[in-house]
Every structure is written in structure tokens, then in C-alpha cells.
Design a protein around this ligand. Structure first.
Ligand code: KG4
Ligand code: ZN
Length: 340
């Protein structure tokens, strides 16, 4: 079954075609990052406009790269939540148009379910149940993936997402948006013990996270040094901050897997591209005999292949929508599209 998927929840316009949820025929991603970088973050109105301008072309490219025609497509999957509302609506309306004109089923996909599904592409033998650490620009969750379409949140951030904290700290250190990848590189050359930073909630008896205090600690340290006329070592701060985030995420995710008796920890989302986090998870999981599954770097960030993969499993579960489908800026992963 060939699913054509549309992803436009933030600043990437993407269309992809995936066969049977696992074989990527094409995955075209048009990034707007360069333009948003001028403003230090995503400007929602610009994002919607750019999606509207390029989505048809991105879709045509996805078809030609897959060497397929519209007549080969069996279903249209689309990200309907969560994300920037104008951006989501642009992709949703395009997908509705395709579904109507081709008379093919419309399948609503939750963005985070898509991030998790990136792993079904990269590791075709993977099947639920498993525990999943989802860390993106907007979310930090520990989730029990009970089946391809059933999820239970066991922990989440109480304030900032990990990616948000990476981007804000990077900004304070003068790095371009989105700063996660720049911090990753700078941290390689820094000393993790140079700046003492808190690890909020690390030892709490739950699986929730909190990153805003850590972020504020970095900002305060940077300001205090500046006031005293002392210089801040960017690599050392990148390393110290990254070490704190890595400590928190890896310790709590592995602890959750042990407590909940999962022998498999699957990871997803843009932040899982972080080289230090991947290394630490690998080390902790092999120590505890937990199988670690991480997507390849090209499937960590936003892309439509992951939406097409999840779309296939939603289709198999009978989750087919009609043209009244709406977009939602925030929506929990376990929400049922038919009860909204
Ligand atoms: O999943 P994603 O592409 O978009 C959302 O759904 O939010 O995640 C984007 C986030 C950004 O905050 C970005 O800085 C972060 O992922 N990110 C990283 C790295 N690459 C991307 N954070 C840390 N280290 C990286 N290498
Ligand atoms: Zn994402």
C-alpha cells in the first residue's frame, strides 16, 4: 500500500511516499530554516506562507523521485496536530484536496506518533510494545507504545521541552537558530565540569522532566560573568549544559524502562540526533541489557516519511477521516481523532 504523506507542522514542508509503512520511496523536505534564522526563531506567519508557496512542488517532487503517479497512491496521510496552527492548516487543506480529487482515504497523523514511526522505517523488525523517549523542539515525553495506535504517557516535561532549552541556551551563547546542532558540536571540545549546573527532577520518583530551571541557570551564569567583565567559554558551557540534559534524559528513560519492565528503549524526535545523548543512552542500555533503538539522523528531524509510516498503521486500525478533519495546535499523543 502506497501512502503519500504531507508534513507542515513547523518550518519544514515535506511530502513522502512510503510503501507498507516501512519502505521509503521518496522523502522530500523543503526547509525554511534559513529565513527564520534571520529572526532567531520560527515566525508562524512566514511559515504558513512558505508552506503554501511550495507544497504543490514538494508533492510533485515526491511523486517523481518515487517514479510513481497519483494513480499509484492508495491513501493520503497528513499531520493534523500538534504544531503551528496556520502551518498545519496549509498542509491539511492540501491533503484534503488530494484525498477528494483522487478519491483516496484521508488519514490523520499525530506528529509525535510520526516521530516514533520513523523507527519502523529504520528498524523494520520493530513492533510494539516498547518504551519510547520522544524529545523534540516542542515535547519531551516518556511513552509506553502499547500498539501502533495506542499510547500511554508515563512522563513529560512540566515546562520547557529539551529542544527548546537547547535552542534558548544556544541563542544566549550567540549561535544561530536552531541551536541544538551547534551546541552538539561545540560540546565536543568543552569540559563537562567547567560550569556547575542543576539537574532538576533527576532524583524524583517519577518520569517527568523540567528544563526551565537549567536553562535559566545558564542564562544567569552568562549574565553574571558578563557583568563582572569575565569571559564565558562557549565550548565549556555547551559541554556542561549538554551533560546536564543528557544526564537527565538518559537516566530517567532507562530507569523508566527498568521499572516498567521493558527490555527495549526506542527513541524519537529532533533532539535524539544529539551525539552525546546517543552515546550515553547506548552506554547505559548495554549496561542494563536493554535494547536501544534510535532512528538514523535523517529521520530524527521533521519529515513526511515518518508521517506516511504512521499513516499506514492508522489506516490498518481503521482510522480514516472525512473532510471535516480539523488541525489542533496542541493535542496529547493518546487523543482519539474521532472524539475531538
Ligand atoms: O523533532 P524536531 O525536528 O521538531 C519538532 O517536532 O519540534 O526537533 C527540533 C529540535 C530543535 O530544538 C533542535 O535544536 C533540536 O531538535 N536538535 C538538536 C540536535 N539536532 C536537532 N538538539 C540537540 N542536538 C542536536 N544534534
Ligand atoms: Zn517534530
Amino acid at each position: 500500500m502506497n501512502i503519500l504523506a504531507v508534513e507542515s507542522s513547523c518550518d519544514e514542508t515535506s511530502c513522502a511516499i512510503v510503501t507498507d509503512g516501512r519502505t521509503v520511496r521518496s522523502n522530500i523536505v523543503a526547509s525554511q530554516i534559513e529565513e527564520h534564522r534571520l529572526y532567531g526563531g520560527v515566525v508562524p506567519e512566514i511559515a504558513s506562507r512558505r508552506h503554501a508557496e511550495c507544497i504543490s512542488q514538494v508533492c510533485s517532487q515526491a511523486l517523481s523521485a518515487a517514479e510513481l503517479e497519483f494513480s499509484d497512491i492508495d491513501g493520503i496521510a497528513v499531520t493534523y496536530a500538534p504544531g503551528l496552527i496556520g502551518a498545519l492548516l496549509t498542509g491539511l487543506n492540501f491533503a484534503k484536496g488530494l484525498s477528494m480529487s483522487l478519491s483516496k482515504p484521508l488519514i490523520a497523523v499525530h506528529h509525535l506518533r510520526g516521530h516514533i514511526a520513523a523507527n519502523y522505517i529504520a528498524t523494520p523488525s520493530l513492533a510494539p510494545p516498547f518504551l519510547c523517549l520522544v524529545v523534540s523542539g516542542g515535547h519531551s515525553h516518556i511513552i509506553e507504545v502499547l500498539s501502533h495506535t495506542e499510547f500511554k504517557i508515563v512522563g513529560k516535561t512540566l515546562d520547557d521541552a529539551a529542544g527548546e532549552a537547547f535552542d534558548k541556551v544556544a541563542r544566549v551563547l550567540g549561535m544561530p537558530y536552531p541551536g541544538g546542532v551547534f551546541l552538539d558540536k561545540a560540546a565536543v571540545n568543552g569540559n563537562i565540569d567547567a560550569y556547575p549546573l542543576p539537574r532538576p527532577k533527576l532524583h524524583d520518583n517519577d518520569y517527568d522532566f523540567s528544563f526551565s530551571g537549567l536553562k535559566t541557570a545558564v542564562i544567569n551564569l552568562a549574565h553574571n560573568l558578563k557583568q563582572k567583565g569575565e569571559s564565558l567559554d562557549i565550548n565549556d558551557m555547551a559541554a556542561s549544559f549538554t551533560e546536564a540534559v543528557v544526564d537527565i534524559l538518559s537516566t530517567k528513560a532507562v530507569r523508566a524502562a527498568e521499572d516498567l519492565s521493558y527490555n527495549k528503549l526506542v527513541c524519537a524526535g529532533g533532539v535524539i540526533a544529539n551525539s552525546h545523548l546517543r552515546k550515553r543512552l547506548d552506554m547505559l542500555c548495554s549496561k542494563k541489557n536493554i535494547e536501544l533503538v534510535v532512528p538514523p539522523l535523517e529521520l530524527c528531524g521533521d519529515n513526511a516519511a515518518m508521517i506516511a509510516s504512521q499513516g499506514y498503521f492508522e489506516y490498518l486500525a481503521g482510522n480514516i477521516c472525512d473532510l471535516s478533519l480539523n488541525a489542533y495546535p496542541s493535542l496529547p499523543i493518546d487523543a482519539n481523532v474521532f472524539n475531538l
